[in-house]
Each structure stands twice: as C-alpha cells, then as structure tokens.
Write a protein that binds this ligand. Structure first.
Ligand code: F6R
Length: 245
C-alpha cells in the first residue's frame, strides 16, 4: 500500500481528483467505483471544477456505486442515488444511463444483489474504486464480521454507522437500518483502489488498518491483500501513527 500524506481535507480532495482525472484521461471508458458520505464530497467538487474549466469528459465513463440504503428511492434526498446526482453526475457530462447505484427499492433484493454483481462482471470489473472508511473499519457497508468472500449483499447497519450517518437525516429514527452493498470480494476484484481518509475521527481506523492483523473483525484490513492500493490521508488522520512511531 502506498500512503500519500497531505495537509488537510482540501488537499486530500485536490490530490484524489488529480488522481482520478489522470486515469480518466488515460482511459476514457474507465469503470469507476464510487463512494458517498462526507469524505469524497470535496473530491467530486474538484472533478466538477476541472470538468467546467478544463473540459475533462466523462461521456464514456461507467460508474458503480458501493451501496444504497434499503427502502429509499432515488428521489429521496438521503438516498445515495440522489447524493450522486446532486454532488457529481448533474454537473459533468456523464451519461446517466452509465451510472449504476444498487436499487434501494427492488421488489426482490436477492435478485438485485445478483443483478448488480453480474453487471459489474459484465463490464469487465471496476478499474478504479474510490473508498472511504468507517470508524469501525467498514468499507462500503461491510460491517465488522462480514466475510471476505462476500459479494453484493444486504446488511444490517451497525449502530455506530447509524449514529454516524444520522447527521444527514432530520432524526436518527429516519436512518434506514439496512443497506445493499458491494461485498468485500466485489471491492477486492477492483484493479486499483484509492482510499481517502480525513480527520481525527478516522485516525484510529487508519492506525488499525496499518497496524493490526488482517481480520474480518476489521473489514478494511483486507486491503493489505490487494496489490494496488493508494491511501490519501490528511495530517489529522495520520496523527495517531505519529504518536507511536
Ligand atoms: C459510502 C460508504 C461508506 C463510507 C464510510 C465513511 O458509500 O460506502 O463506507 O465511505 O462510512 O463515511 P464518511 O465519508 O461520511 O465518513
């Protein structure tokens, strides 16, 4: 794993966007895996800015999002489909038909899980997957204890995840308790992974990722088995590492 240390959230966002733009220019038909949450918002802003000023095109790009809340349709402001349209897709020249988010309102969720996994495979897999990390080590919505062999599946969200995500909802009771997420093996099949880590709240997770043994109890630890992972982390997230070294 390669770690790039940056000053703060803004620099992390700039670096991550630069990284993604370079890959898109090299391969205009790239298959990108995307994340939601607070971490990539700044990166998406930089992508929009670059698209508007320098014209990087996303017309041929295909995207696959990591996850979606069960029960929320795409029109719901808290759904991840809405988030992606609002934070990125509506402001670049991407073909919306090529943007994929698992359905939160599928009639048959088992079928939706298979459909999503097959869709990724039919496209030849993800070239570059962007990830954030939960403070409990989750990647996607793969909570501690998830099998490393898991494919796209339905999960019960950990109470710490519900609490962390309540900031986006009016009240905590509105946060869905289930989600559909790419599995760990789905994520690990990506050819390349870019993990973004920012802020003091994530410093313990980053420390555990780098120092603990690979274990299903800390899902992100699996990334140490991947041949091509780059971490962009800011000083606040790296602080814990400095204390021990
Ligand atoms: C988002 C996702 C999650 C987040 C993680 C960190 O699609 O799959 O794993 O990356 O919960 O969230 P933030 O960035 O809000 O701290």
């Amino acid at each position: 794993m390669k770690i790039i240390e940056v000053k703060d959230y803004q620099q992390m966002s700039n670096k991550a966007a630069e990284y993604i733009i370079k890959k898109v220019i090299q391969n205009p038909s790239i298959k990108l895996g995307l994340a939601t949450g607070g971490t990539p918002v700044g990166t998406y802003k930089c992508l929009i800015d670059d698209h508007q000023k320098k014209g990087t095109s996303y017309q041929k790009v295909t995207t696959f999002n990591l996850d979606e809340y069960v029960g929320l349709p795409g029109e719901n402001k808290n759904s991840y489909r809405y988030f992606m349209n609002n934070q990125l897709f509506d402001y670049i020249d991407i073909n919306k038909a090529k943007t994929n988010v698992p359905s939160g309102i599928a009639a048959d969720f088992q079928e939706e899980c298979h459909r999503y996994e097959d869709l990724i495979n039919q496209h030849g897999g993800i070239d570059l997957q962007i990830l954030g990390i939960g403070s409990n080590g989750h990647i996607g919505f793969n909570e501690p204890g998830t099998s490393f062999a898991s494919k796209t599946h339905i999960v019960e969200l950990a109470s710490s995840t519900i609490q962390a995500n309540a900031r986006f909802f009016n009240k905590i009771e509105e946060v869905p308790t289930k989600a559909i997420t790419m599995g760990i093996s789905t994520i690990m099949k990506s050819k390349e992974i870019l993990l973004l880590v920012s802020g003091e709240k994530k410093s313990e997770a980053l420390f555990r990722l780098l120092n603990e043994e690979i274990s299903e109890n800390f899902p992100a630890s699996v990334l140490k088995n991947h041949p091509c992972v780059t971490i962009i982390a800011d000083k606040a997230a790296i602080a814990d590492l400095k204390v021990t070294t």
